[in-house]
Design a protein around this ligand. Structure first.
Ligand SMILES: [Zn+2]
Length: 191
C-alpha cells in the first residue's frame, strides 16, 4: 500500500479538496488514538486501568488539563514541560501521536490515489455516503487498525511489558485478519 502510494504520486494524481479534508480528519483520528496508546503503554505495565482515572504528571501529581492533553499540539504548546512543575515530558509522546496521525493520513491518501487510479472521479466521502460504497472506508479502517495494533504492541514491548503467548497469538491473528480485509478491498488489486 505504502509503496503503491509513492509510485502513484508520480503518475498525475491530484488530491481533491474533499479527499484532502478526509486525509486531515484521518490525521486527527490517528493522533487521538496515538494519545490513547501512550496511556495504554504507560498504565498497562503498571497494572492500572486505561479507562478510569485522569492522567497526571508523574513528578508533581497534578492532573493534566484538558487543553494540555490535545494530541501533538498540547506537547508543542507546553514546549515539552509540565505546566505545574516544569518536568520534561518525553518527546516520544508527541512523536507517537504524530506518527499515528501520519500513518492514518497516509493510508487515506493511498485510498484516494488508488480509487482515482481506477478512473473514479467521485470523492471518497461521496463514494461511501452517497453511493453507499463503503469498501474504501473498510479498507482504510482495517489497515489503520492493523497499523495501530502493531504500534501498541511496540510501545508495550518498549515499556517492558511481557505479553502472554495467548495475547500474542490473538493480536497476530487480529492484525492478519485486518490486513486481509484491507487487501481484499484494495481497488488496484481487483483490476
Ligand atoms: Zn508536574
Amino acid at each position: 500500500m505504502w509503496l503503491a502510494a509513492v509510485w502513484l504520486s508520480g503518475s498525475g494524481f491530484s488530491m481533491r479538496w474533499e479527499d484532502g479534508g478526509f486525509v486531515a480528519a484521518a490525521f486527527v483520528i490517528g493522533a487521538i488514538v496515538g494519545s490513547f496508546l501512550n496511556v495504554v503503554a504507560y498504565r498497562v505495565p503498571a497494572g492500572r486501568s486505561v479507562v478510569s482515572g485522569r492522567s497526571a504528571c508523574p513528578a508533581c501529581g497534578q492532573p493534566v488539563r484538558a487543553r494540555d492533553n490535545i494530541p501533538v499540539l498540547g506537547w508543542l504548546l507546553l514546549r515539552g514541560r509540565c505546566r505545574d512543575c516544569g518536568m520534561a515530558i518525553p518527546a516520544t509522546y508527541a512523536v507517537v501521536e504524530a506518527g499515528c496521525g501520519l500513518a492514518l493520513a497516509a493510508l487515506a491518501t493511498a485510498e484516494a490515489i488508488a480509487w482515482q487510479a481506477t478512473g473514479s472521479s467521485i470523492p471518497l466521502i461521496d463514494r461511501a455516503f452517497v453511493l453507499g460504497d463503503y469498501r474504501w472506508l473498510l479498507g482504510w479502517a482495517a489497515g489503520g487498525a492493523a497499523t495501530l495494533t502493531i504500534v501498541a504492541w511496540g510501545l508495550l514491548a518498549r515499556a517492558g511489558h511481557v505479553v502472554t503467548r495467548r495475547t500474542a497469538l490473538l493480536a497476530t491473528a487480529l492484525v492478519a485478519a485486518l490486513l486481509a480485509v484491507a487487501g481484499w478491498f484494495w481497488p488496484l488489486w481487483g483490476g
